[in-house]
Design a protein around this ligand. Structure first.
Ligand code: F0G
Length: 492
């Protein structure tokens, strides 16, 4: 069996065998991280646990076959380590669980609403706060009001739901990632940046009448969880303001992005991360947010703006689709939990741990020669399935094969981001290889420990060792839209 050179790493140090400590740093803590010691620990204790059902490989063979080789169709309890998404899967704190009991469930003007609104205003700084049941509801309302058929919305990279909500109202989402985003091996610090020259060219060509809003997604989820620099955000804002176009931020992972700025962008070393977040949002006219990411919520979201007239229109839709403007599709207890989560996520020890623990996985994979996107982003690890399985053609879905193998190997669930997800043109029915074939392993917040991540590393190492035997997949049946969720596969 392939071994990742040693069996146990403690963030930055390696133990070779019980008792024998090799003090060479395997994955040094980068300068600037506020490590109190060289070992970075999970900065929380575990008060309540959920058992994991352990399955055998023989059981998993049956289970994945019954799920038609699509991990989305597995029962969650048949998964050992669930890295399908970091969304809504976070562990809430004792403080947030306690606050659930204090949730004020009044229909209008609940105390929990004011707690939520004031917290959002304090961090994000916008005048108008509109609660929604999750991020895509905020997008749906925003684009429903702002985007008319034929209009263009630029973004560094639109997340799927953002793209779909723009298309739903007849708009045209355009991705303008920076050049480095295309190089999976580049260690450029802000690969989430937008291409400013391309944005300027688009604005000059189409003008503000055709571009109702410019967006940027922090961190850039579809581009690998890579951060956007403050300099880039300032530039986008400058272009938007010069053209009189509103600038919105998709803020799902704003705290991780702010902490990357603190650790990587000169001039922010000593700025509290909350002030970095405030500065980011000061350049924008509004934001959409999924509280299921950087607010530790199991549900929730919001839409913000400084434009009172726009907010009035948005609240009218909110009442129709989500609920009264002081709860917007959420229970009072959810509003409480989110208000607490938004404060907790800005704890810099937590953020150091978060970014370093993702980096820990990525750096050990790279050290073993396993193709993975660099540098580590905040919330996920992206294996390059096309390079991992070069003998499998893109139209035989190397990312899906890898997802299946990782489940068979160790009960790990991850998601293909490649030709299954993006390869089919739903209008022509034609299929083409996607730009990349990746496998995303998204890491829920405060849920898994380092030994879980060591298990993941060992599993990937074992699959890598037998990669030549892995076969491609074929689709047996699939719907026309968003086929990755429900498609049935078989081995090619
Ligand atoms: N924007 C980004 C950048 C996202 O990553 C997501 C969700 C959304 C918007 C929509 O938020 O789920 O609350 O409606 N991303 C999840 C993921 C689903 O797995 O990456 P939502």
């Amino acid at each position: 069996m392939y071994s990742l050179k040693c069996h146990r790493y403690i963030y930055g140090w390696r133990i070779l065998a019980p008792g024998a400590v090799d003090l060479r740093i395997a994955s040094p803590i980068p300068a600037g991280y506020s490590a109190l010691m060289k070992t970075i620990i999970e900065p929380f204790r575990i008060k309540m646990v959920e058992p994991i059902k352990l399955t055998t490989r023989t059981e998993r063979e049956k289970l994945i076959r019954a799920a038609h080789y699509n991990p989305f169709l597995l029962r969650a309890e048949d998964v050992i380590i669930d890295l399908l998404t970091d969304s809504g899967t976070s562990a809430m704190s004792a403080e947030a669980w306690g606050a659930l009991m204090r949730g004020d469930e009044s229909y209008a003007g609940a105390r929990s609403w004011y707690h939520f609104r004031d917290t959002v205003k304090d961090i994000f700084g916008f005048e108008q706060v509109i609660p929604t049941h999750q991020g895509r509801a905020a997008e749906h309302i925003l684009f429903g009001v702002m985007v008319k058929p034929g209009m263009i919305v630029p973004n560094n990279t639109h997340f799927d739901t953002t793209r779909a909500n723009i298309e739903f109202v007849g708009g045209n989402p355009v991705d303008l990632p920076c050049a480095e985003a295309n190089d999976l091996d580049s260690y450029s610090p802000f690969k989430g940046n937008m291409d400013i020259a391309a944005l300027e060219a688009l604005v000059a060509k189409e003008g503000p009448d055709r571009i109702p809003v410019i967006m940027v997604t922090i961190t850039n989820n579809s581009g690998g969880g890579q951060p956007v620099s403050m300099a880039n955000i300032r530039e986008i804002s400058r272009v938007a303001r010069a053209a009189g176009i509103p600038f919105y931020i998709d803020a799902c992972r704003f705290a991780e992005n702010a902490h990357f700025i603190k650790r990587r962008e000169p001039g922010f070393e000593n700025t509290p991360v909350i002030d970095i977040a405030r500065e980011i949002f000061s350049y924008a006219d509004g934001c959409t947010m999924s509280a299921k990411k950087d607010a530790f919520g199991n549900i929730g979201g919001f839409l913000c703006t400084n434009d009172a007239a726009l907010a009035h229109q948005e609240r009218n839709i909110l009442i129709l689709t989500e609920g009264f403007p002081t709860y917007g599709g959420l229970a009072g207890r959810d509003l409480e939990a989110i208000a607490i989560g938004l404060r907790e996520i800005l704890d810099e020890h937590y953020l150091d741990y978060r970014l370093l623990s993702t980096r820990y996985v990525v750096e050990h994979l790279r050290e073993a020669g396993i193709p993975v996107m660099a540098p580590a982003g905040g919330h996920a690890v992206y294996l390059d399935a096309r390079r991992f399985l070069p003998h499998i053609e893109p139209l035989q879905y190397p990312g899906q094969s890898l997802a299946v193998e990782l489940y068979l190997e160790a009960g790990i669930r991850a998601v293909e981001i490649g030709t299954v997800m993006f390869g089919l043109d739903p209008h022509t029915g034609e299929e083409h290889p996607a730009r990349l074939d990746l496998l995303r392993l998204a890491i829920p917040r405060r849920v898994y420990t380092q030994s879980h991540m060591d298990y993941v590393l060992e599993a990937i190492g074992n699959v890598w060792a037998r990669r030549d035997e892995i076969r491609g997949m074929k689709i047996i049946k699939a719907p026309q839209f968003l086929r990755h969720f429900t498609a049935h596969f078989d081995r090619a």
